[in-house]
Ligand binder design. Structure first.
Ligand code: MN3
Length: 241
């Protein structure tokens, strides 16, 4: 019987672990029931891999300092409230408008940046929009160029800090929207709700070291590193409902 025990626990772990965790690598040791702390995900590429669209120093500080701070501050805020201690990130985001500002800002910051890293890729590995996504973009915006122009316009028009998004609306159609601070379209407080499939961070910390005040140039350069394979995957998942 003892021979089968290790096999059984491996099987139990792999059944319990989320698919993403299994794909990412060996299963982590089972977490203690009380340790629900959020952690900084590793960048899916080297910090200099998005250069010249985004320089290595910006990536290192953005991921290692800014994103880390959202994670740390989210853990602090959640630890202060027993009712929120074990709530998944997606739920904190969905009800952000009913929660303290520290939770709204830092849960948003953690979700948004995790999404941001995943939806970018080195220029040689971005793939291209799936036929379904390309057709949906053309149908909604007229052409890929018109879509990019509208996305850039929304990004430059965002006053102060925030994000610009391409979302799948509840009716399945595409829309461009922008949110302030670390809000996102999954939040109850969003003006335009939907599932983000692409998003760009237009906080100055995302571009200032390389582009200074030229946010429009950052928005132009960023298309080189949009991970179209991942955006297409997310489009397919969201459009399926
Ligand atoms: Mn940021």
């Amino acid at each position: 019987m003892s021979v089968f025990k290790p096999l059984l626990s491996v099987l139990a772990l792999s059944l319990a672990a989320p698919l993403a965790a299994q794909v990412a690598g060996p299963a982590a040791p089972a977490a203690a029931p009380t340790a629900a702390a959020f952690t900084l995900p590793a960048l899916p590429y080297a910090p200099d891999a998005l250069d010249p669209a985004i320089d290595a120093q910006t990536m290192t500080i953005h991921h290692g300092k800014h994103h880390q701070a959202y994670v740390d501050n989210l853990n602090k805020a959640v630890a202060a409230d027993a009712a929120l201690k074990d709530m998944p990130l997606e739920q904190l985001v969905a009800k952000a408008g009913t929660l303290p500002a520290a939770i709204r800002n830092n849960a948003g910051g953690h979700w948004n940046h995790t999404f941001f890293w995943q939806t970018m890729a080195p220029a040689a590995k971005t793939g291209s929009p799936s036929p379904e996504l390309a057709s949906a973009i053309t149908q909604q915006f007229g052409s890929m160029d018109a879509f990019k122009a509208a996305f850039k316009a929304a990004g430059t028009a965002r006053f102060g800090s925030g994000w610009v998004w391409l979302i799948v609306k509840p009716d399945g159609g595409l829309a461009i929207t922008s949110t302030p601070n670390q809000d996102n379209p999954l939040m109850d407080v969003a003006d335009d709700k939907g599932t983000p499939i692409l998003g760009n961070d237009v906080w100055e910390h995302a571009y200032y070291l390389k582009y200074q005040n030229r946010r429009a140039d950052y928005l132009d350069g960023w298309w080189q590193v949009v991970n179209w394979d991942e955006v297409s995957r997310r489009h397919a998942a969201a459009a399926k409902g």
